[in-house]
Design a protein around this ligand. Sequence first.
Ligand SMILES: [Fe+2]
Ligand SMILES: [Fe+2]
Ligand SMILES: [Fe+2]
Ligand SMILES: [Fe+2]
Length: 402
Amino acid sequence: MEFDLFGLIISFSDALDNIENEFVGIRKDHAKRVCWLSLLMGKKASFTREQLYDLAFLALMHDNGLTMANNEEPDLLKHGLDPKGIHCRIGEENVQKFPLMAKEEDGILLYHHERADGLGPFKKKENEIPLMAKIIHVADFADNSVSLGKNSSKANYLSMLPYVNKEAGRNFSPEAAELFRKAIGLKELFYLSNKDIHQEIRKIMPQESVDISNKELKDIATVFGNIVDSKSPFTKTHSAGIADKAVKMGQYYGWDLDTRYALFFAGSLHDIGKMLIPNSILEKPGKLTSEEYERMKLHVYYTFQMLKDVEGLQTINSWASNHHERLDGSGYPWGKTAEQLGTMERLLACMDVYQALREDRPYRKGLSHQTSISLMEDMAENGKLDRDIIADINKVFAIEKI
Ligand SMILES: [Fe+2]
Ligand SMILES: [Fe+2]
Ligand SMILES: [Fe+2]
Ligand SMILES: [Fe+2]
């Protein structure tokens, strides 16, 4: 499949930022600012175009391991501390599955919190840390120095420079601090506080579609799905379950391989917008208030928004972001009706309901296959879901006895 993977990563970084905002108060666009600062430093270091691509990609994804790390070490996000670098290790494992361009050195996200004084999570020495890791580390902390908390005045941005100077040789590698000094001046700090940073990144890394093999697509989709699922223990297998089950349905229908991989991708991404919904709502044990329910419903609109400008993902977006629409027009966010909902949209809507019914929720245990199908048949009876697809789901998954 051909699409703008980098564009998807930019969108995804908003969702990652949102999670850090929810837990540790990081400010909107943090990952994009880290990306842009890193790019400017990489250019000063005369990186090739391929190296700049990798650096930008890794900077946007620098904290992609946080939610999964929080599942390994509960309360990690609550305290905002990770002395063992669990999120660094998981984040590194995740990005290893992405197709990078230059990819000359591993360990860039693994070591993105290593310190020049050797007191980082893995106690690495200056010469053991890849330059890209040192660059992202400086950019990350420099931005945190102004973006943690609420104070983000222009004066605060200007404080980045003395902060980097002060930490050079302690927290920051002298080499990376020097690159920061050379690359980031008053003009850049002014840009950082005023300009649309997305556009500034795009000036250096223009929109470009890349050809992703089915194997790579599956790996990428799995990482995204796992990150989304790991936000809450109640959804820990939700996207992955839908992606797998959608592929099984595709097999049953005899659809070709490319279509099945595309379905896997759509299933993995369908609830990506849930990363923008606070866990206080996602995990609420009781009934949601009407205000909370309206907020919850927005997740699918966020999925749509995150995918809509990614070149090459329009079809996937339609499959993914219509999963709460209902044939009788009672769904959300658009209230589409049967004529506007194709087979894939209907299939993912059915898979979403089926998977959700089978899973534990804060207020009930997971239901059996038969009970789930009966409830879905009632929904079909009421004009909500596609009756034929439910019959097919019944055939495919009753056999598996899952
Ligand atoms: Fe980090
Ligand atoms: Fe960060
Ligand atoms: Fe959903
Ligand atoms: Fe879902």
